[in-house]
Design a protein around this ligand. Structure first.
Ligand SMILES: N[C@@H](CCC(=O)N[C@@H](CS)C(=O)NCC(=O)O)C(=O)O
Length: 302
């Protein structure tokens, strides 16, 4: 209920939600500068277009990495039609509010993708939608047998529905909020641990998330829950991630795949320079345009 029984207990003390919310102050916390209560473009800017059929506009966050892992897996499996240009959309700088980006994704969130092998081109947003689209287009990483396919889509949708509680809930209040709120941290730590336990239980009797085969469900779940298990928010001890033994086994197993290692690097803007490939326009970029190499050349991309 908006009007709590004792406003003195509220945060800040005495706060009572007004009848109508208005956007009159910055919310504080990390990323507050890009938060707005309205959608739509803030500036005119066309999206660049490269040579390949698939144009990806993204950044190396877990939602972006899901798609670059799938594209690298498709290429590794011999699907040359999955060749792609990965362009950088720096969300901290507001690139997602450019008119060209908004025309592809009215929701102004990375990743967004355009399949230009079809006329007119196909616009895609929501990483889960992009993964289903690519898996169906190439007939790969999505089983055709009805039970296995249903299980794969179940877990893909589970990831899409669950991860916002981890990122927007736990990660926000544990790491990004301007101050620590015990109630919020407890609420989202509980939910995050519940999700980790759900995954751990599933992986106790299944090699991969949706069963015996490596699918788009693994590629969707791994960037989020692998990252929670290994480094995200500096919360591994807090969440006791080592207790989820089956999850940890799968995190290592999937993380060891070469395509996963490559997919993680694409559009990455953090971590050590040798782990970052800011933009990817050909497979050779992994050998010549890693950020450590670009820095050694004084910023030149070749
Ligand atoms: N459900 C969406 C979530 C996308 C999303 O939240 N993207 C974040 C980065 S991980 C973003 O672009 N944030 C920028 C903003 O909120 O302005 C998906 O899976 O594609």
């Amino acid at each position: 209920m908006a009007d709590a029984p004792d406003a003195a207990m509220n945060q800040p003390a005495g706060y009572v939600p007004p009848r109508v919310w208005t956007w009159d102050q910055p919310s504080g916390g990390a990323f507050a500068n890009i938060n707005r209560p309205v959608g739509g473009a803030t500036h005119d800017r066309n999206l660049p277009v490269g040579d390949h059929p698939i144009q990806l506009y993204s950044m190396g966050t877990p939602n972006g990495v899901k798609v670059t892992i799938l594209l690298e897996e498709l290429l590794a499996a011999g699907h040359s039609g999955a060749e792609y240009d990965a362009w950088m959309i720096e969300i901290g700088k507001g690139d997602q509010f450019g008119s060209g980006f908004v025309a592809v994704n009215p929701n102004s969130k990375i990743p967004a993708m355009v399949d230009r092998s079809i006329d007119p081109p196909v616009n895609l947003f929501e990483s889960g939608s992009m993964m289903l689209y690519l898996a169906e287009k190439f007939g790969a990483f999505l089983p055709t047998e009805v039970h296995a396919r249903a299980a794969t889509v179940n877990w893909l949708m589970w990831q899409m529905g669950s991860a916002p509680f981890v990122g927007g809930g736990f990660g926000h209040f544990f790491a990004y909020a301007p101050f620590k709120i015990e109630y919020a941290i407890n609420r989202y730590a509980m939910e995050t641990k519940r999700q980790l336990h759900v995954l751990d239980t599933q992986l106790a009797t299944n090699e991969y998330v949706a069963g015996g085969a490596y699918t788009i469900a693994d590629m969707a779940v791994w960037p989020w829950y692998g990252s929670i298990a290994r480094e995200a928010y500096g919360a591994q001890e807090f969440l006791g991630v080592d207790e989820y033994k089956n999850l940890m086994r799968w995190v290592e197993q999937v993380g060891a795949r070469e395509a996963v290692k490559r997919g993680r690097m694409v559009n990455r803007t953090f971590g050590s320079p040798e782990t970052q490939l800011r933009e990817r326009h050909s497979a050779r970029d992994f050998e010549i345009n890693r950020e450590d190499m670009v820095e050694a050349r004084g910023g030149e991309r070749v």
